[in-house]
Write a protein that binds this ligand. Structure first.
Ligand SMILES: [Zn+2]
Length: 60
């Protein structure tokens, strides 16, 4: 079983989410996280919004 890095839920399917592209300039680090399909969708949307918006308030 794999675990979602965002909601902490265990899921049989997780999607690797690369946060590096959009966050590169802010964090320098490359984050690779795993998200369940639900969170993956949310993250996609967040990324699109954040791209135009403020600097990184990351949820942890
Ligand atoms: Zn999740």
């Amino acid at each position: 079983m794999l675990r979602c890095d965002f909601c902490g839920k265990q899921s049989q399917v997780v999607i690797r989410v690369a946060l590096d592209r959009d966050y590169d300039r802010l964090t320098v680090k490359h984050h690779k996280m795993y998200a369940c399909p639900e969170c993956s969708k949310k993250k996609e949307e967040e990324r699109r919004k954040k791209r135009g918006a403020v600097s990184g308030t990351e949820t942890s």
